[in-house]
Design a protein around this ligand. Structure first.
Ligand SMILES: Cc1ncc(COP(=O)(O)O)c(C=O)c1O
Length: 403
């Protein structure tokens, strides 16, 4: 890959942000790496070796593709948001991850990791969850492949995502409430890691986003790459120019965005990641180490990690995947912030104009599109491809409260 010219006229070497293999160190620029207790270093190395081997094995790839197709419902459609596009004066295309089995993009990653766990001879999946979508996906994949599942979830998230807790339990998973700290995703991650240390022989830690120690940020992005690759092909068929002007996705840890961006990083599309105001690590964070990796992290003056707050449980995380921090530093992607009020408005707008009930997480991406189109930042006539990462059924109790 040589030089490329972005729409803002700046030429940058595509190689620097090709979203490729970060190599043995797992570094994306100054971010990433493997900051774990001594006892977990061999476990991470074992996962890396197993993933490299599996990813190079056509049989593994074929098995994954088959399950994503006949079980998870891929490829997902690219739906034009007809009425909203007309209202905004742009062409808005929605990548419909909400239509996958279990209702969010999390299933893409989890089927990949569950297949890997089986290949490694593990009998149990450990997972953390915020909104519960990753937990539901893990419980689902565990049931499908005959594995046990233990899911760590903050006590506050258990309250606001009670439907997903029930779903996990019906699927046969054990949900472990985490009552420390803010009782949300950050604390659930701590607990899951702690548990992994003590059960590494028979357990596989199935991380739900592009975070954690190497190889997870890279591996999860590769399992989510399917979103971007499908969308790229669908845009080529749908748009006269083949490539949209903007590619937009919401960011918690950043997995749906990383998978989406991976399909467009070598094009002229502007990549935009949308963070929740109260969890905007790319925007308000500083470099630091969290949950085994170095990235942008929300922290106070003493370097203590601060709590994230968002109406969307899946975005309530004080860090961002290390590759996003690098994409930000190299200016290949831009990270913007929306607040809870705009998000609820966006969710209702989409429901009423298109008949689609989006997850609160996904509504963050739309909230920025609405704001930027209305302000003229996205120029009339522009084309926008937005990943709709999940469906909003799980958020109905929160919406009821917000009324
Ligand atoms: C529907 C949905 N979208 C987005 C996210 C955020 O995760 P990520 O940034 O890894 O895509 C979540 C997390 O739970 C989610 O449930």
């Amino acid at each position: 890959m040589g030089e490329m010219t972005l729409p803002d006229g700046q030429a940058r070497p595509a190689r620097r942000h090709g979203m490729g293999d970060p190599g043995a160190t797992g570094r994306f620029g100054e971010y990433g790496g493997r900051y774990v207790p001594e006892s977990l270093v061999p476990a991470c190395a074992e996962v890396e070796a197993a993933f490299r081997d599996a990813w190079a094995d056509p049989e593994f790839r074929g098995r994954l593709k088959t399950l994503l197709t006949v079980y998870a419902g891929r490829p997902t459609p690219l739906t034009p948001a007809w009425r909203l596009s007309e209202e905004l004066g742009i062409t808005l295309l929605l990548k419909r991850e909400d239509l996958t089995h279990t209702g969010s993009h999390k299933i893409n990653n989890v089927i990949g990791q569950a297949l890997l766990a089986r290949r490694m001879g593990k009998r149990r999946l450990l997972a953390e969850t915020g909104a519960g979508q990753h937990g539901v996906a893990t419980a689902t994949a565990a049931a499908l492949l005959g594995l046990e599942a233990t899911v760590f979830m903050g006590a506050q998230d258990i309250e606001r995502q009670s439907l997903n807790v029930l779903r996990m339990e019906v699927l046969g998973a054990r949900v472990v409430p985490v009552t420390s700290g803010s009782r949300t995703l950050k604390d659930a991650c701590n607990e899951a890691m702690r548990h992994w240390v003590s059960s590494v022989a028979d357990s596989y830690y199935c991380i739900g986003s592009v975070m954690g120690p190497h190889p997870y940020p890279w591996m999860v992005r590769e399992f989510q790459r399917v979103i971007g690759e499908e969308a790229r092909g669908q845009c080529a068929a749908e748009l006269p120019g083949g490539v949209p002007d903007y590619v937009v996705a919401c960011i918690g840890g950043g997995s749906n965005a990383a998978g989406t961006f991976a399909g467009f990083v070598d094009t002229t599309a502007r990549l935009v990641g949308v963070e929740a105001e109260g969890g905007a690590a790319a925007t308000f964070g500083r470099a630091g180490v969290l949950h085994g990796f170095r990235s942008m992290v929300l922290q106070d003056d003493d370097g203590q990690v601060t709590e994230a707050h968002s109406i969307a449980a899946g975005l309530d995380y004080p860090g961002i995947g290390p590759e996003h921090a690098h994409l930000r530093d190299t200016a290949r992607a831009r990270y913007v912030v929306v607040d809870d009020e705009e998000v609820v408005e966006a969710l209702h707008r989409l429901a009423r104009t298109e008949g689609i009930l989006a997850a609160l997480e996904s509504a963050h991406a739309l909230a920025w599109v609405l704001r930027a189109a209305r302000s003229g930042e996205i120029k009339p006539g522009s084309t926008v491809m937005m990943t709709l990462s999940g469906r909003g059924d799980k958020d109905l109790p929160t919406l009821k409260e917000a009324r």
